[in-house]
Design a protein around this ligand. Structure first.
Ligand code: SF4
Ligand code: SF4
Length: 419
């Protein structure tokens, strides 16, 4: 039974069954049934690709609302670094951070600050004996889930460090507890301002055996419109920022990898490119590398479906902003190879390979043979009229018992001896 709580949902009434999302879903999680899209929850990685591509806006991200923070006495904002790329002519991050306090947060902890720590820890991790190379980043939760579902043989390559959002949540809580001993832990609320639904799913489900320290995830779009109402160039902002170029660079593809000061890396973005790279690592068909950074969204987190700006524009804005920042404010000159135990996780979120046809090897082999035989009888047009993304996927559906041969309209009209 699938127990994963998702953050990408379908508004059935808006769906016209056009198959666009079926063809773009990277895990073949969507089928058309009775003229409407249906998501197989066991396969969905919450990448948001169907939200991005649906012409009817029938797919939506399910996150929290800012008002969900109302019940907490201590309210902490964790802005993702991509938030800084959303504003025109921003030359000082403190305008954004002060704006967050103006809209009701008591404290702000930059995820870019934690990112600089994770960069330093990753440098130490890479130099540890026995680590399987290339190490693959897990900062993008959609990629982490994709590896668990579709590339389980790469599990040993996965970086076992918590992502910056989670490190920031732990440190923000600790700071709040020290500053406000009168508050109980459950009275402190930590709110992540997210560029994508995958982060919301990560918070709902935890990371394997690790439970997230974030309480609420709100879309960046919601917070952006509140912020532009209160941010003003005339008001002197508070001195709040604690990160530099390295942390802010995590917002776009290549930022995490370049912070490792190691040329032996690869950074890929966009879910199709991510799958190509993972395929190549799995087949051993890739040059010797130390580190692989993968982001499901085009351009990295700036390309998330919950952002406001076009990712290329956001990236250009961040490049300009970086000119006003120090290289780093965390752990740059004073490397500390010791990684606190609380920043590790043990198991990937839900190890459940989707390519497995049956728990019995013999039965899997029989089903594979049936799929092959059935593919030979199908027209091979990949037209999508059956509701599956390809004839191969349709053959698998028939063998698994979730579709019937008559769903293939082309086979129905072909003379029997040709079908
Ligand atoms: S893209 Fe998918 S969800 Fe959107 S209308 Fe087409 S079939 Fe429905
Ligand atoms: S969120 Fe991604 S994996 Fe899930 S159904 Fe949409 S496209 Fe497929």
């Amino acid at each position: 039974m699938n127990t994963y709580e998702h953050s990408v949902l379908l508004s059935v009434d808006k769906c016209i069954g056009c198959t666009t999302c079926v063809r773009h879903c990277p895990t073949e999680a969507i089928r058309i049934r009775d003229g409407r899209a249906v998501i197989n929850e066991g396969r969905c990685i919450d990448c948001g690709e169907c939200i991005r591509t649906c012409p009817q806006k029938a797919k939506k991200a399910v996150c929290n609302k800012l008002s969900d923070m109302d019940g907490f006495r201590g309210k902490i904002a964790l802005p993702a670094p991509s938030l800084y790329g959303q504003f025109e002519n921003l030359d000082d991050v403190d305008y954004v951070l002060t704006g967050l306090k103006q809209i009701g947060f008591d404290d702000v902890y930059e995820v870019s600050q934690a990112a600089e720590m994770v960069s330093a820890y990753t440098r130490a991790y890479l130099s540890t004996d026995g680590v399987k190379k290339p190490v693959i980043s897990t900062a993008c939760p959609a990629v982490a889930r994709l590896i668990a579902l579709r590339f389980p043989s790469l599990e040993d390559h996965v970086l076992r460090l918590l992502p910056p959002m989670e490190v920031a949540a732990q440190l923000a809580r600790q700071r709040a507890m020290e500053a406000h001993p009168e508050l109980q832990p459950e009275e402190i609320g930590v709110c992540f301002i997210s560029p994508c639904p995958a982060k919301a799913s990560y918070v709902k489900n935890g990371f394997g055996d690790y439970k997230s320290q974030v309480d609420v995830v709100v879309p960046m779009t919601d917070v952006y419109f509140q912020l532009i109402n209160v941010m003003s160039a005339e008001t002197q902002p508070e001195d709040l920022s604690s990160s530099g170029m390295i942390g802010v660079s995590w917002a776009s593809s290549g930022g995490e990898a370049s912070s490792l000061f190691n040329d032996s890396y690869l950074a890929a973005d966009g879910i199709e490119n991510v799958i190509r790279v993972l395929d190549q690592i799995e087949s051993g068909n890739i040059a010797q590398l130390e580190f692989v950074e993968l982001n499901a969204c085009p351009g990295g987190c700036v390309g998330g479906v919950l952002t406001v700006q076009n990712p290329f524009i956001a990236r250009a804005k961040l490049r300009k902003l970086r000119r006003f920042l120090p290289v780093s404010r965390n752990f740059l000159s004073q490397e500390d190879p010791y990684i606190p135990a609380r920043y590790f996780f043990d198991t990937l979120p839900e190890y459940q390979p989707i390519s497995r046809l049956s728990d019995s090897i013999a039965q899997s082999m029989r089903m594979m043979a049936d799929i092959q035989a059935l593919r030979g009888k199908l027209p091979g047009l990949d037209c999508g009229a059956c509701g599956a993304p390809s004839c191969r996927a349709f053959a698998e559906d028939v063998v698994r018992g979730t579709a019937v041969m008559d769903d293939c309209l082309v086979s129905r009209v072909l003379p029997k001896e040709e079908s």
